[in-house]
Design a protein around this ligand. Structure first.
Ligand SMILES: Cc1cc2nc3c(=O)[nH]c(=O)nc-3n(C[C@H](O)[C@H](O)[C@H](O)COP(=O)(O)O)c2cc1C
Ligand SMILES: [Fe+2]
Ligand SMILES: [Fe+2]
Length: 400
């Protein structure tokens, strides 16, 4: 997409990534894609804020050249050295020999490791300003949202916040860069998926950041991924607060059911359990972990207070993809859930023990469980339905 002038002299010069299937090699972006937002600020001096992944360097160069003579760049601000932001750095640097690199003290160290850069950059600390002549750039450090060197860049005169990975989302920008031109519920889902996949592990640094910027006047938020917010910027901060609250235990009165099944025994139980939950009018999301990528399951686990896990026994243990989803939930600090377990086994069992073991450090409380041998009988299915109904009752506030 062609560059867009977001404010007088401030341009989006980002690129859409239609190629990458798994972001960070882990998170499915097959359906969503992602964009690397790079920004140009033209004042007396010109600054480029963040770049793109290396394989899209040529496209980024074209974007920049559409707006300015790349050789005339005065500054390259590195909000983050992760290669989805700075992969294009060494080539851009060659084309912009007089551009001074700007980053935090930790950026300086990391540039050597990632890009072989060992000359001195312009080091900035929290609150420092850089003059572009008739405008200032102010830097707001945000260690561990997402890496230790991460920072935001703020333009006080425009009240514009280049927010780096914070407030970012998956998704392409085909035809428009502004959030208000897309479906808001879809954006919320893709921002939540990005939040829980990428930054939720760092819930304390995110919480500190929200407090730190709470009194910064912001008219526009320009993150490194996903659309730019020129309306409803407070909504973004509210979403982040909501998601942090969910992570710390104040989740919705709703249930996520994750399961897998080799020969449909556990799957038949799943249907009965689900019927039980729904009979109590408690919202339910069901995921077959063999078919749905974990990046789509984590948002539901984060937002909902109840988790029901269905797993057959596999080689004396939990079915591996089920265990994997729970391990991811632990990694993303999804703690303090009420949990129920069901499944089928053939002889000695072991899935439930594996489950109990996994959830202990996560402070998930196992309140109900049901295991059957082989195919569930009619009575087993009735018990499974009762389990679902009972569990749904427990997660309603009145039953807590
Ligand atoms: C590859 C494989 C490994 C299994 N390992 C065990 C095991 O270690 N212990 C056990 O009790 N049952 C084991 N079983 C039996 C299953 O747990 C049993 O068939 C169960 O009903 C499968 O449920 P499902 O139809 O939902 O997949 C295994 C089955 C398969 C196919
Ligand atoms: Fe990052
Ligand atoms: Fe990023």
């Amino acid at each position: 997409m062609l560059p867009v002038e977001m404010m007088p002299g401030v341009y989006w010069v980002g690129v859409n990534d239609y190629i990458t299937q798994m972001f960070e090699g882990l998170w499915s972006i097959k359906q969503s894609g992602i964009c690397y937002n790079s920004y140009l600020v033209r004042r007396t001096k010109t600054a480029l804020i963040d770049l793109a992944k290396s394989f899209q360097t040529e496209e980024l160069i074209t974007q920049i050249k559409t707006v300015v003579d790349i050789g005339m760049l005065d500054y390259i601000v590195l909000n983050h050295v992760e290669p989805d932001h700075a992969g294009a750095l060494n080539i851009i640097r060659q084309l912009a020999p007089k551009a001074v690199l700007v980053g935090s003290k930790i950026t300086q160290k990391m540039l050597k490791a990632f890009y072989g850069i060992d000359f001195d950059i312009h080091v900035v600390s929290d609150g420092d300003e850089l003059s572009l002549g008739d405008s200032q750039l102010r830097f707001i450090t945000m260690p561990f949202v997402h890496w230790p060197e991460s920072m935001m860049t703020y333009m006080p005169d425009e009240q514009l916040l280049f927010s780096n990975d914070a407030f970012g989302g998956y998704g392409l920008l085909p035809g428009a860069i502004y959030a208000d031109l897309y479906d808001i519920e879809h954006l919320r889902q893709e921002n939540l998926r990005y939040f829980v996949n990428i930054v939720a592990h760092y819930e304390k640094p995110v919480s500190k950041l929200l407090a730190k910027i709470s009194d910064v006047p912001v008219r526009m938020i320009a993150p490194s991924h996903g659309p730019i917010w020129r309306e409803g910027v407070t909504r973004l901060a509210c979403w982040y607060q909501e998601w942090l609250d969910c992570a710390s235990g104040k989740a919705q009165e709703a249930v996520t059911l994750i399961y897998a099944s080799m020969y449909q025994n556990t799957e038949r139980m799943m249907e009965a359990v689900a019927q039980g939950v729904v009979s109590q009018k408690v919202p339910l999301n069901v995921f077959n972990v063999s078919n749905v990528h974990v990046s789509y399951i984590l948002p539901s686990l984060l937002e909902r207070g109840g988790v029901i896990v269905g797993s057959p026994t596999y080689e004396g243990e939990l079915f591996p993809p089920v265990a994997e989803v729970i391990r991811y939930a632990a990694e993303k600090k999804i703690h303090h859930r009420k949990a129920a377990f069901f499944g089928s086994y053939g002889w000695g069992g072991g899935a439930k023990d594996g489950f109990v073991c996994l959830i202990k450090p996560m402070a998930w409380e196992l309140t109900d469980s049901l295991e059957v041998t082989g195919a569930p009988t009619e009575q087993d299915l009735q018990r499974a339905e009762r389990l679902g109904a009972q569990f749904a009752q427990r997660i309603k506030t009145s039953e807590k």
